[in-house]
Design a protein around this ligand. Structure first.
Ligand SMILES: *Cc1c(COP(=O)(O)O)cnc(C)c1O
Length: 234
């Protein structure tokens, strides 16, 4: 077995074990293989081993890589997980199926307009900066009313399918210490559901290599895992 194969199997086993501990169905958890900085060959290898979802954090890098392998990866789904600048919306809509990093109403409006002109619907998640760390992007919750107003307006935009929330936990020595941040995202989702029962807000994208088991314990439906699959980034 090569490393990607071994790693992918181990990650899938760890996801299943974490789901079982939380009395959840592992099939309710989607693995996004975070392929940023990885060459196309590594992505193709992971796809051949069953990875279906890939995450990239930079539009420029995706623009170089995805078109070269897209034909061989017809069934794959591409997720943008990094901050999106409005001037890159056009490329992002062409390249990605899911934008997990929507962090303003203005950005969502641009995505909606662009998706409309391509006759396409883009799935989106709202990125929330739960910890409030200044280095992170995402909606801050200083004003919850403002966040809920934005979420309501975004979920009404055409050509966007608003599916839930995404967050990154702070880097902490003990992965258990990330749980309050993941729990807070789940509670926020529950509030959105209560306020907007016509929307499922079904996805919670949370958990990476160092903390995905904690995220699954708190209800993650999407985990974004890079290093545990592809090895350390150079
Ligand atoms: C890089 C990245 C990940 C994956 O991180 P790993 O520690 O390699 O698992 C997940 N989410 C986002 C937003 C990232 O930028």
């Amino acid at each position: 077995m090569n490393d990607i194969e071994k790693n992918l199997l181990l990650v899938q086993q760890r996801i299943a074990a974490a789901a079982e501990r939380a009395r959840r169905d592992p099939r309710d958890i989607t693995l996004v293989a975070v392929s940023k900085t990885q060459p196309g060959a590594a992505i193709l290898a992971a796809h051949a081993l069953g990875a279906q979802h890939f995450g990239e954090n930079r539009v420029e890098e995706a623009r170089e890589k995805i078109p070269l392998i897209k034909r061989q990866l017809q069934t794959a789904t591409w997720h943008l997980i990094g901050h999106l600048q409005s001037r890159k919306v056009k490329d992002a809509v062409a390249l990605f199926d899911v934008v997990q990093s929507v962090d303003s109403l203005a950005l969502a409006q641009r995505l909606s307009e662009r998706a409309m002109s391509l006759g396409k619907t883009i799935s989106i998640l709202l990125e929330v900066n739960v910890s409030g760390e200044p280095t992170k992007s995402g909606f801050v919750l200083a004003s919850r009313v403002e966040f809920f107003d934005a979420a309501r307006a975004i979920s009404a935009l055409p050509h966007l399918d608003t599916q839930g929330l995404m967050t990154l936990a702070p880097i902490v020595p003990n992965p258990d210490d990330t749980r309050p941040y993941f729990r807070a995202l789940r509670e926020l989702r529950d509030e959105l559901r209560a306020q907007m029962p016509n929307r499922a807000w079904q996805h919670l994208s949370m958990g990476m290599t160092d903390d995905f088991e904690s995220a699954i314990a708190e209800g993650a439906t999407i985990v974004r895992i890079g290093r545990a699959i592809f090895g350390e980034r150079k």
